[in-house]
Design a protein around this ligand. Sequence first.
Ligand code: SAM
Length: 316
Amino acid sequence: MGIYVWGTGCGASEFIEAGFDAEKISAFVDSRPMGETFLQRPVILPEELDVGDCELLVITARHVNEISVKCAQLGIAEEKLLFIKNNYGLKDRNEGCRNAEKLLGKELLERLLPENRIVRTPPALQRSALPKEEQLNDYVRLASLELICRRLENVPGAAAELGVYRGHFAKHINWLLPERRLYLFDSFEGFEAGAGAAESFQAAHRNTAADRVLSLMPNPGNVIMKPGFFPASLDGLEESFCLVSLDVDFYQASLEGLRYFWPRLSKGGYILLHDWANPTLPQVAAALGQYERELGEKIPSVPICDLNGTLVLTKA
Ligand SMILES: C[S@@+](CC[C@H](N)C(=O)[O-])C[C@H]1O[C@@H](n2cnc3c(N)ncnc32)[C@H](O)[C@@H]1O
């Protein structure tokens, strides 16, 4: 029974460098082989792989979707597939892999699969546990949030979201920062009259309820619901913040959010300005421009390529 390795490039080298003895590899698999051998082992086409002999196929190439399809066509069971480029997807491709730990050992596996390559979705928020309409299908946004939260260890303050809607993003904040107070600001009845929302957009955003949002939170004991229109809903609140998600789509609410949260953001904290690069909601970037003029300086920031182009503002 053998161990096979898909790929003869840098990923394969990564596998060997992590500590696997190349001599133990039955063959390398490559759909466009450059030669008959690699590291003194035979290189075969996928179609030549002896499925009955294969106990583990370590996939070191990056085009994981195509390889998954090919393996299914060849009849290689999921439990035999280990993707070491298991990144950039909401699904953990190694969830079904049963043979890797047994054949490679725990230590080597930990070196091969560093944590930040997948979104660590808690069981309660896993896609299989939630109806489709309760899921936030944006890998880059969630993975960025996770990495950002890891930078907050020594940054004081609460977390907040202004513009919560159904709590799809808020529940991830609450899961990643379980010990922090999380303020959730939303009218829970859509946008303010005159904000600029089209009728259907308004109707869609009225389709939510504060109690339902609270029931989705993994750590509801730390959640403080702030229903009503912002900034009136602040009701004199004085806090400092380590992380704020600002996601209200239109000019005035975005500007009021920046005016309140930026001065109260702790050093080392972040404001995630969602939709900053969304061509259908240009008022978000306009509000930031206005706020920076009021401040008299540009706020240090980094754009991320999530679905709606979030701008991450940070305070040095
Ligand atoms: C795009 S949704 C938020 C989506 C949510 N952050 C997510 O990622 O799932 C925008 C929300 O902002 C809220 N909103 C907009 N202006 C507001 C204001 N002035 N006060 C309170 N809520 C507001 C709307 O009610 C709506 O639920």
